[in-house]
Write a protein that binds this ligand. Structure first.
Ligand code: PGA
Length: 254
């Protein structure tokens, strides 16, 4: 059984007062959610404060990005060891916003993922096709290439540490969630690819779905056999909505 993982991706949102208001509301709402992993990827500026506020809970923190170098003259960048120093258990790499807005390649994502593992931080590696690629019938091929190349530096014995996030670009922030069937088809393809690359461990790697996940859609997505979690942007900024997503089992509508 793969343990469900629900990750908040706050992107470039929230300040310290908003963080405190969020955790004050969210922590009691998820106090009994002990069968899932709950992760919050805050901006770097809030990681220290977030760590203090979630201390003593099961919630874990994550970076939203990282630089693969150890240290040095890389103005404005954050090294894996710095995330470890902030207590991060996870870090997102290869989010489509970084791939499209900042030109990140699979090779660059692969370096980041490997560098994180060296610091015992679990990479959440994002993949997903654009609308044009889907309309051209290339979605599965694109995802497969991204998986193969973004994970090229992951040693087999550490494969279980990684988390994959499948986020179709056309579903991010658009209110247009992939249907559970479309998402499952992509997840199944990813699972096959992971098994080809990592053998039996491929079955134990968790694959999150991301793209306009809401409390109303999370149950049906999570009911699919290869969907093991959600990476949530917009809805994760609202403590009530994200808590309902964490309690996805109780969101069944019919
Ligand atoms: P969204 O973002 O839930 O706002 O679509 C998801 C993401 O980009 O991780």
């Amino acid at each position: 059984m793969r343990r469900p993982i629900l990750t908040a991706n706050w992107k470039m949102n929230m300040n310290s007062a908003e963080l405190t208001a969020f955790t004050g509301r969210f922590i009691p709402l998820v106090a009994n959610a002990d069968e899932v992993d709950i992760v919050i990827a805050s901006p770097f500026t809030l990681l220290d404060r977030l760590a203090q506020q979630i201390a003593g809970t099961t919630i874990q923190s994550a970076g939203q990005n990282v630089n693969p170098e150890e240290s040095g003259a890389f103005t404005g960048e954050i090294a894996p060891g710095m995330l470890a120093d902030m207590g991060c258990a996870y870090a997102i790499v290869g989010h489509s916003e970084r791939r499209t807005l900042y030109g990140e390649t699979d090779e660059w994502v692969a370096r980041k993922a490997a560098a994180l593992l060296d610091h015992r931080i679990r990479p959440i590696v994002c993949v997903g096709e654009t609308l044009e690629q889907r309309d051209a019938g290339r979605a599965l091929e694109i995802i497969e290439t991204q998986i193969r190349e973004s994970l090229a530096r992951i040693p087999r014995d550490q494969a279980e540490q990684i988390v994959i996030a499948y986020e179709p670009v056309w579903a991010i922030g658009t209110g247009r969630t992939a249907t559970p069937e479309i998402a499952q088809q992509a997840h199944e393809q990813i699972r096959k690819r992971l098994s080809a690359q990592f053998g039996e461990a491929g079955n134990r790697i968790r694959i999150q779905y991301g793209g306009s996940v809401k409390p109303e859609t999370v149950y049906d997505l999570m009911s699919q056999p290869d969907i093991d979690g959600a990476l949530v942007g917009g809805a994760s900024l609202d403590p009530e909505a994200f808590a309902r997503i964490v309690h996805f089992q109780s969101q069944r509508t019919q």
